[in-house]
Ligand binder design. Structure first.
Ligand code: ZN
Ligand code: ZN
Ligand code: FE
Length: 714
């Protein structure tokens, strides 16, 4: 099969013979494509047989020029373009501004060895770093990336550090955050006492790389319960920091690709299949099908986890729904009622950056929350864009700025429901515009009139471009896959403002000649109680059942439905999930966004069946009848859920066959569902379609800003 991949390398990859090396390698393997040397890094795209591409990636790693120093490496699968021949392209200049602002990099082996070696001057030193590792984006205040422009400016280098900094053959040559115990940042307490607090079941607020984290012994049920109560987080799973890979393997199955992700410079939280709950407190992950696991990524985390050789919950230092705290005073205040113990330091954090969340799906990386370790690496889009600022959606907000063919998408900001989050949203806009010397000519926003981001756009005084939510999802997925039109876009999520004023979320578009034709959608149904129906899936269930002549649920609901009061129409697949979860008894409500849908997915538990409920052109009536009858008849949720998921895939397949376009993009929060995504991938690909999913930006609303930016160029 013909495939195309893009590899983006950053680091010292210029002037070391990388381009001729790539050119020769591509020639030997008879691959088409190009290599582009830019200030922001080296971009390679190759196209050819899958086996040759795999070989190319392997040899590119194994045989690369020895002088090259690769800091980050991103690989994405793209849509093949039919290109022939291999070329060396020249930079278009738009890269210059994004050069130098790199994401934060996990501690390298050499630095880890130093902090572990008694007698080394950096033994046990929590702020050790070098050119290959350490904080970047979270310490940069301005460009160029020089020490006076970072939060390290007030730490004057000692003679030893200065010597390393100035020595071209030293590992720390021009390492801006270089430091040692003599001249660098310091902790306000000891790591040993923080570790002792974790051992004692206390909740520890730790100032990490991108802000404060809350740490707690994941084996201590009482502690986990206390953390949930204090943080106001009822059931959403917690991620864990594991001391090392070996410990992680005791709890999870880890594939070679997942192992690479865990050990990568980005060092994200990786969602893994649990193997044995072992001694974990049941409250850590609730009944989630995944365990979120990360490994220590800063010297501080390494040193702490060395003293805590067991799984430790690591969650953002905030009350639920608020942004992560970054400075000491703010943390003391905001985390006062949550943390029992604080371990802080005097290196300021320039901007908050949560831990990123990634999962493997059908063998590919899928970023679900993009922040530390990934932001602000730019995304390359197929054509140059006008200078627009995209302000994203409302939930899981991110913003983006368009710099020619690059889009810089901000780190995850969060849900814009709280004042703190809205302040952070505004700060992030100022921050990115200042950092990249960017003056937007227009603002792109969602059509939803009640989104805080939309309100900001309208008040900005700049020309406003409104983009429909599900168009943005589709364009976002198409852009990161370099997908050419025409293509079919399946845009499914919980909620988005539709072009007809109803709530969309179950749309299938044909993208052609720059426009989206809505060729199929879920049959609309009412959501009695409006917003309340998002949390309480039984409301949607009552509505669907009423439509097929089954009256369930309180009279009040049926009065709302019959009078059409506070019961907006929707085509949301997310809400259909909630309703099916309710009818099968899997979940009547969601304690956090998407919970009922997750529980419904989890109910499948590996059942392998090709059976599917009918969902002709999105008409759910026969499906709901079948779900109801089978649930009544005692068929277990496992089988009902699988047939429901398969029915959704069947709907995509039928629509794709009718539209007869070879390429299909899957976008929207619903495609965080791994069973659905993998099943859609396999069923559609084996029917001759090529399927494209999100890789570097989230399928959820965290990817909306990218889609908005791209569509502003239409
Ligand atoms: Zn290092
Ligand atoms: Zn020093
Ligand atoms: Fe959405």
């Amino acid at each position: 099969m013909i495939e195309r991949v893009r590899v983006v390398l950053t680091g010292a990859v210029q002037g070391v013979g990388f381009r001729p090396f790539i050119y020769r390698l591509a020639g030997q393997l008879r691959l088409a494509g190009w290599v582009l040397n830019s200030a922001a890094g080296l971009v390679v795209e190759v196209e050819g047989a899958s086996s040759d591409i795999a070989l190319f990636l392997e040899r590119m790693e194994a045989e690369r020029p020895s002088a090259a120093l690769v800091l980050t490496r991103e690989v994405s699968a793209l849509a093949p373009s039919g290109e022939s021949g291999f070329r060396i392209l020249s930079s278009d200049g738009s890269f210059d501004r994004t050069a130098g602002v790199l994401p934060d990099l996990a501690t390298c082996p050499a630095c880890l060895a130093e902090i572990s070696t008694p007698g080394d001057r950096r033994y046990d030193y929590a702020f050790t770093n070098c050119t290959l590792c350490g904080p970047r984006y979270t310490i940069v205040r301005d460009i160029p990336y020089d020490r006076p422009n970072t939060t390290m400016r007030d730490f004057a280098l000692c003679d030893d550090c200065r010597r390393e900094y100035l020595d071209p053959v030293d590992r720390r040559f021009h390492a801006q955050p270089v430091a040692c115990p003599r001249c660098g940042p310091h902790l306000n307490g000891t790591i040993a006492s923080a570790a002792a607090a974790v051992h004692a079941g206390e909740i520890v607020a730790l100032k990490g790389i991108g802000g404060f984290q809350l740490l707690a012994d994941a084996r201590n049920e009482e502690t986990v319960r206390r953390l949930r109560a204090r943080k106001g987080r009822e059931e959403k799973p917690f991620a864990m920091l594991m001391p090392d890979l070996e410990t992680a393997r005791r709890y999870c199955r880890i594939s070679p690709a997942e192992e690479r992700l865990l050990l990568s410079a980005a060092s994200p939280i990786v969602l893994l299949d649990p193997m044995s709950a072992g001694d974990l407190a049941p409250g850590v992950s609730g009944n989630s099908p995944y365990l979120g696991v990360m490994l220590p990524y800063s010297p501080l985390h390494h040193l702490l986890m060395r003293r805590c050789p067991f799984p430790v919950i690591a969650t953002s230092g905030n009350r639920s729904d608020e942004p992560i705290a970054i400075d000491n005073g703010e943390a003391r205040e905001r985390l006062a009622g949550i943390a029992d113990f604080f371990l802080m330091h005097n290196r300021p954090v320039a901007r908050p950056c949560d831990d990123s969340v990634v999962r493997l799906s059908h063998g590919r990386e899928m970023v679900l929350r993009r922040a530390r370790g990934y932001a602000p690496l730019p995304l390359l889009v197929p054509k140059p864009l006008p200078p627009v600022l995209a302000v994203g959606a409302h939930l899981k907000n991110t913003i983006a700025i368009a710099l020619g063919r690059q889009v810089v998408v901000s780190q995850h900001i969060g849900d814009l429901d709280t004042l703190e989050a809205r302040q952070l949203f505004e700060c992030t806009i100022d921050d990115l515009c200042r950092l990249y010397r960017f003056k937007p000519e227009a603002v792109v926003c969602d059509l939803h009139p009640d989104y805080a981001s939309t309100a900001w756009a309208k008040a900005s005084g700049l020309p406003v471009i409104g983009i429909q939510h599900h168009h943005a999802h589709a364009a976002s997925c198409a852009a990161e896959n370099a997908l050419a039109e025409p293509y079919l876009a399946v845009s499914w999520d919980g909620t988005g403002y539709g072009l007809d004023g109803t709530i969309w979320g179950g749309e299938i578009f044909l993208a052609e000649r720059g426009r989206f034709e809505r060729i199929s959608h879920l049959r609309p149904f009412r959501l009695p109680g409006g917003e309340a129906a998002v949390r309480e899936g039984w409301r949607g269930a009552a509505s669907l059942l009423a439509d097929i002549g089954v009256r369930l649920g309180p009279d009040a609901i049926h009065q709302l439905l019959s009078r059409g009061l506070n019961s907006p129409w929707t085509t949301s697949v997310g809400r259909l999930f909630d309703a099916v979860a309710s009818i099968t008894g899997v979940a009547q409500e969601s304690k956090f966004e998407g919970q009922a849908a997750m529980l419904l997915e989890w109910a499948i538990r590996g059942l392998d069946t090709a059976e599917a409920y009918p969902l002709p052109d999105g008409d759910w009536r026969a499906l709901v009848e079948a779900v109801f009858a089978e649930a009544r008849g005692g068929i277990p949720p496992q089988s009902i859920s699988a047939k429901f998921h398969n029915g959704l895939v069947q709907w995509i397949l039928e629509t794709a066959e009718r539209a007869s376009v070879p390429r299909i993009a899957l976008s929207g929060g619903v495609f965080q569902n791994r069973y659905l995504t993998e099943r859609a991938f396999h069923v559609l690909e084996s029917s001759g379609f090529r399927v494209y999913t999100h890789q570097r930006v989230p399928a959820n609303d965290g990817g909306i800003a990218l889609g908005q930016a791209v569509l502003a160029g239409n």
